[in-house]
Each structure stands twice: as structure tokens, then as C-alpha cells.
Design a protein around this ligand. Sequence first.
Ligand code: TYM
Length: 330
Amino acid sequence: MKRIFSGMQPTGNLHLGNYLGALKNWVALQDSYECYYCVVDLHALTLPQDPEKLRAAVREVACAYIACGIDVSKSCLCVQSAIPAHTELSWILSTLTPLGWMNRMTQFKDKAGKDRDKQLLGLYSYPVLMAADILIYHADCVPVGEDQKQHVELTRDLALAFNSRYGETFPVPEPLIMGFAARVMSLRDGTKKMSKSDISDYARINLTDDADAIMLKIRKAKTDPEPLPDTIKALEKRPEAQNLVSIYASLADQSLETVLTQHAGAQFSTFKQELADLTIAKMEPLTARMRQLMSDPAEIDAILNAGSEKADALTQTYLQEVKRRVGLWL
Ligand code: TYM
């Protein structure tokens, strides 16, 4: 069986973009791959975090994984900071990373804005840790949303760089970017990604939102005055319309064509009502399950500890091989 590694940061609320762009696909892949799904808490330190809240957020993300359908009897759920091999490999990879590769990372450029000198080294070097996350499992595939594609490409370059310097060690992983919702956009601006850090809560649907909140946010979502078209081409210059149609298609497991055929000519007020009903029907059971899981933190901790132990054992074997090849003390 081929192996998968993927992860989410425990920062802020998980949202519909995380679900449709990543989690929903992770669930679908469980039967055909050996899966490691990690809560990547070290990455969260690239922003200031309250220690107690960070630990609680790790549990919350793990609950979201399980509530959305990750089955712990099939997939391994683990926490990055409990598995030291991630950071050890990260240092070794950083010694193979030209600054030019890092300077190309668009996410850093977007986050840093004009004030680059005030940004922290961790935010800048974060993609190297992400590469280590993936490579230390010898993962073959990495299911992520579109925004992480460049980081997986850097991971591939680093695998090749290590292999050519020290001999064939790492498989070169493939990004798996699936479905129509690989890039879910903000509900307030169809040209911006739906994100945890958007100052407006109306820009996203959180996995913890109740039915009233979902209804209100979809009703208020930005659209244009035209009705729904009957072709995908006609959506091209209508980012908000395209986003809502893609969300619908992904939630309903239908093609974009089918959604457009069924709703062509409808006003957005009508379509939004149907989209809200569908979103509530799909999300409510997940939210309820998440709440139930959160009420038993000891159970979640036991799952995460067992998963992290398994991941630690696997990654230590690969780390020993890396240290041997590099000439480090064993
Ligand atoms: P993070 O925590 O920002 O997001 C987790 C996953 O959700 C996807 N995603 C989206 N997909 C579609 N539309 C959106 N608006 C949207 N927003 C987020 C992301 O693509 C991601 O798949 N660097 C990663 C975490 C990470 C990682 C890894 C992932 C660290 N190490 C190793 C894979 C493998 C991140 O910040 O994702």
C-alpha cells in the first residue's frame, strides 16, 4: 500500500475550505492508502499562541478529523511535537535549501507583506519543516488544498537534493489535489482564499458554526446580479458565483455541469437557500459529533498518544538511516 501524510495547523477554527479542500479527501483515501494524519502544532508557533489554548486546539483539530470520518482503526492520528524526527530532519534539510528556493515561496510573501525585516525566521523557514513532515514518513502522496501545492513542490526538490547528495533515500512525493473545491474562496471576496485568519467571520463557514450561522453567512455571501449560467465557461469571470457553485458541487458530490444544468437561470437568492440547506444537512452531523468528542478529552488524548507513539517508531527508523548517510553520531 502506498503511504500518505498530511496535516492541519491547530490555529483558529477549521472551516469549510479545510473540509472540502483536504479533510473530505483524506477520508476517501483511507481505504486505498496507509494514512498518517497529523496535527502540526509546531507550525502553529509561527504565530503567537497562548500555551493552554494551543494544546486545546490540538485536541479540537483531532476531534474534527474523527468527526469528519477519519477512522482511527485505519489511519494513524498523531501530533507533530510528540514526534522529534520531524524537527531533526528539518534541520538537516535546511542545510540543503538554497535561499533562492525559500524566496520563491508565495505564502511567505503574502503573509509578510512589505515588512519583511520584522518577520520571524520560523515563518520563513516553515516550508522546510513541512518538507521534513512529509519526507520523514517516506510518504508517496500528500493530499492538500491548492494553496499548499508550492510547498509540496519544494518537498519534491528537497527529496531530490538529499538523494543526489547522500544516495537514494526518500521517495519523491506527489501532491494530491482533488475535487472542485481545492481552493474554496472567501464568502466576502471571491478572489481571496477562505482563511482562518480573515478578520471577518462572515468570510468563512467554521466547522463549529450552527445552522443559523451557516444560513446567515450564505445569505450574506457576495454574489453578482446575474442568474446562474448554464455553462462552466460563463462562470469564469464571476469568482463569487463560481465559488458558490463549486462548494455546492463538492458538498453534493456532483459535477459542476450537473449543478449548472439543475440550477441554470435560477436567481442567487434561490440558489443560496438551497446551498445553505445542503451545507447545514452535511455539516450539522459533523458539528454534533465534534461536540460529543470534545466532551471526552481523555479519549482523544489516548488516541493521539497511541498514534504519536506509532509515528515516532516509524520515523525513528527512517531518521537513523538519514543520520547514518549524513555521517551524524548514532
Ligand atoms: P492549513 O492548516 O492552513 O490547512 C490545512 C489543509 O486545508 C487546506 N485548505 C484549503 N483547501 C481549500 N480551500 C481553502 N480555502 C483552504 N484553506 C486551507 C490546505 O491546503 C491544507 O491541505 N502547511 C500546511 C500544514 C502542513 C502540512 C504538512 C500539510 C504542515 N505540514 C505536511 C501537508 C503535509 C497548512 O498550513 O495547512
